[in-house]
Design a protein around this ligand. Structure first.
Ligand code: DAH
Length: 340
């Protein structure tokens, strides 16, 4: 019996030596100590022995059992540790590897320019009004005193949706909408998108941006208009620039003018930016026509006002030296990322 036990112990030892996983170790445990295990069988067969013998064999078998259990415990610990090390190795990350680059976006130059313009007017107490890009013919033309035969109404100049609805060609309809909504004193600017049937080239885009301005109050004169816009030009282009107002025509203002600034690149001597003239046209403006004030039910005996409108792309191109308007809408990060 003793030799049998020694053999079992030896066998268990050998098998455990080659086991390298928890599952294998568990199989060995079942093979020797399980219900039908080799050692269990010996313990079970002891019933047929006489008491003296049983005592001796029992002790020896228990001794063997403890030894196998101790070996199993050692193996379990070793295999567990090995498996843990294996896992660590597999999951190891190289912290010195460069991370993924997530490119950061920047504000678009059009947004930057609109922000600059609005900041200047907000510092003068103007607030921001908004109007729809899909506009009625009424607000885009009629309410703004545009004659029925005005060329800008033509199908070839304007995107019509039907006879009464179009994509606004200017931000000026916000003037009429604001006059209907607010009572004087009124002091608003309105930045936004406009649309015209233009074939894209270096200076034309069928979609572009304008900033509209409207001020209505008692006793407002052309002097207020000139003072306001001169101050605006100096804040936007530099305190050295001079302004010049040339008579012009717009249906919704009378008198109307275009404002030029002295060239901020060459100081007025004449260069490529100002095309040699020393002056750059910046915006349209004028005293609000009484017919427009009438649309909003404003008492034209009591109130007068001025209005102005400027193209954002044009100003951005001049100020930042952008040579082609199409660059604004190509979404090339190499272009957009230059202006921070
Ligand atoms: N809406 C005009 C345009 O698109 C610009 C303009 C000129 C707006 C004179 C005004 C203004 O408010 O008074 O050409």
């Amino acid at each position: 019996m003793q030799t049998k036990l020694t053999a079992i112990l030896q066998e268990a030892k050998e098998q455990l030596q080659s086991a390298s996983t928890i599952a294998e170790t568990e199989e060995i445990r079942v093979r020797f100590l399980g219900k039908k295990g080799k050692l269990t069988e010996i313990l079970r067969s002891m019933g047929s022995l006489d008491p003296e013998e049983r005592k001796v064999v029992g002790q020896a078998a228990n001794q063997t059992r403890s030894e196998i259990e101790a070996m199993l415990a050692g193996k379990y610990a070793a295999v567990k540790e090995a498996e843990k090390q294996q896992k660590f190795k597999a999951e190891r990350i190289d912290v010195t590897e460069p991370g993924k680059q997530r490119p950061l976006g920047t504000r678009h130059l059009i947004t930057i320019t609109i922000d600059e313009i609005t900041r200047i007017f907000m510092s003068m107490g103007y607030s921001i009004a908004e109007g729809p890009e899909i506009e009625t013919v009424y607000f885009n033309f009629d309410a703004l005193n545009a004659a029925t035969n005005h060329p800008s109404r033509d199908m070839t100049d304007t995107f019509y949706i039907d006879d009464e609805i179009l994509l606004r060609t200017q931000t000026s309809p916000v003037q009429a909408r604001t006059l209907l909504k607010q009572k004087p004193p009124i002091k608003i600017i309105s930045p936004g998108r406009c649309f015209r049937c233009d074939t894209p080239d270096a200076t034309h885009s069928p979609m572009f941006h304008q900033v509209e301005g409207l001020l209505v109050d008692e006793g407002v004169t052309m002097a207020d208009l000139k003072g306001t816009l001169d101050s605006f030009a100096k804040q936007l282009f530099g305190s050295d620039v001079k302004t010049n107002f040339r008579p012009h025509f717009f249906p919704f203002t009378e008198p109307s003018a275009e404002m030029d600034v002295s060239c901020f690149k060459c100081g007025g001597k004449g260069c490529r930016v100002c095309k040699g003239s020393g002056w750059i046209e910046i915006l349209g403006c004028g005293m609000v026509h009484p017919n427009v004030l009438d649309v909003g039910g404003v008492d034209t005996e009591k109130y007068t006002g001025f209005a102005f409108g400027m193209g954002v792309e044009r100003i951005a191109m001049l100020k930042y030296g952008v040579e082609d308007i199409r660059l604004f809408f190509e979404n090339d990060m190499r272009f957009i990322g230059q202006f921070k």
